[in-house]
Ligand binder design. Structure first.
Ligand SMILES: C[S@@+](CC[C@H](N)C(=O)[O-])C[C@H]1O[C@@H](n2cnc3c(N)ncnc32)[C@H](O)[C@@H]1O
Length: 393
């Protein structure tokens, strides 16, 4: 990750603009005054830079939650900061990062917080979860031009590799999304998807709550699949296969097809590795047997108004709010001035929490840089947050 280590930082120099990058404000951590966040906007994309003391200097780097896409925006911002303010730089890794031409995010990359299921092309939809190197995903997109594929992946380098492939091969029927696939399913309309592929998911033997396959994932998959559509799991792990069988046979009525060492249309990178090791490959196909009810997602994630930061600080919850199926944790508060600032929160479901900032400015509050994903759990957490953030009057 690009970063610079500077000797000192003067917040009174903000706001300023340099090389098309706007450095808007500095928000100081209310509990660790030597740390803070700089609000930046570049090419219309807002994000934060994190400033922290380190080894006798101050480390300035991209803040994780708001990491911009493409990541070249971050390098551009750090370079602009150095070129404009000429701080004493103790260390930087910018010169080792090639002065990349700023690319627009490829159109194949869909931002989850702006994902609108009604924008899905009017074609059969196939979804691949955890596509890794993307060998299977790209193969299916090329082989099936009349199908639209959506790939979900949380490992950024894999996503970027596949995005490059999509651009190079000019593939138009494939979108990739940088998001936890388990949450994504909730956003899809019912009866819309023909095939779901889950190939060689991480078995997570020691942390089973992180597995992709679960009761709720199955339920959501069956809802989004058309009648007759299939969820295809391939795994080399006998343990995962047995676990998945338990999950898949829990519904009252199911149709499962089991296969062992069945050759796939194309071998994924992982499959290649397991085959070389002579491992067994298990496949389970789950078929959706009925039409599901439509799902309406009309959640409003706005705040009506907001208490000033100093009052919120006084009334901040000491502990996380833990409810039966969600939680809200107010992690940190940052002050831009007495009234304005940022709140860092995590909330939502326990195994798939959202990490967000809320920007308080001029008596208003808004998720920064964008609202949470429109899931039912996130909405319940938002309602809880409203109770704290909004003025009672
Ligand atoms: C073992 S690799 C398999 C990759 C690919 N399917 C293959 O067969 O070569 C599992 C992939 O799933 C991704 N992954 C794990 N959990 C995920 C989740 N909840 N949502 C999306 N991707 C996930 C990981 O980042 C990883 O790339």
């Amino acid at each position: 990750m690009p970063h610079i280590k500077i000797e000192s930082f003067d917040e009174s120099l903000l706001p300023f603009e340099a090389e098309g990058v706007m450095f808007e404000w500095f928000a100081r951590n209310l509990e660790h005054a030597e740390e803070g966040l700089i609000g930046v906007e570049s090419e219309g994309v807002p994000f934060l830079l994190n400033l922290k003391p380190k080894g006798g200097g101050l480390l300035l780097k991209g803040e994780k939650i708001t990491r911009p896409s493409p990541s070249t925006l971050l390098k551009k911002a750090l370079r602009a900061y150095v070129d404009e303010l000429r701080p004493k730089v103790l260390f930087d890794n910018l010169s080792s990062i090639e002065r990349a031409k700023l690319l627009k995010p490829p159109s194949s990359l869909k931002d989850i917080s702006e994902f609108d299921p009604s924008s899905l092309p009017d074609k059969p939809i196939w979804v691949e979860i955890g596509f890794g190197s993307g060998r299977h995903l790209v193969y299916q997109a090329k082989e099936n031009p009349d199908v639209h594929l959506v790939g979900l992946e949380i490992h950024r380098p894999s996503l970027e590799q596949v995005m490059r492939r999509i651009e190079l091969d000019e593939i138009e029927n494939l979108w990739v999304i940088d998001y936890d696939a388990r949450l994504f399913m909730e956003l899809l309309p019912s009866n819309r998807v023909e095939r779901i592929f889950v190939h060689f998911p991480v078995p997570w033997d020691k942390k089973p709550h992180r597995r992709v396959i679960s009761d709720s994932f199955l339920q959501e998959s069956l809802r989004v699949l058309k009648k007759g559509g299939t969820l295809e799991l391939r795994t080399d792990s006998e343990n995962y296969f047995r676990y998945a069988m338990e999950v898949f046979t829990r519904p009252k009525e199911v149709k499962l097809t089991l296969s062992k060492n069945l050759e796939a249309a194309v071998r994924s990178k992982y499959e290649d590795r397991w085959r070389r090791m002579d491992k067994n490959i298990y496949q389970i196909d789950v078929e959706s047997l009925e039409e599901s009810k439509p799902r309406l997602l009309e959640y409003d994630f706005s705040f009506k108004k907001a208490l000033p930061l100093n009052e919120l600080f006084e009334k901040r919850p000491e502990k996380a709010w833990i409810e039966r199926d969600y939680f809200v944790h107010v992690e940190r508060l940052y002050a831009i001035n007495e009234r304005d600032g940022l709140v860092r929160v995590s909330f939502g479901s326990f195994d798939r929490p959202e990490h967000k900032f809320i920007l308080l400015k001029h008596g208003k509050a808004a998720y920064y840089p964008r609202p949470p994903v429109k899931t039912a759990t996130n909405y319940r957490a938002h309602e809880k947050l409203r109770g704290w953030i909004e003025c009672a009057t």
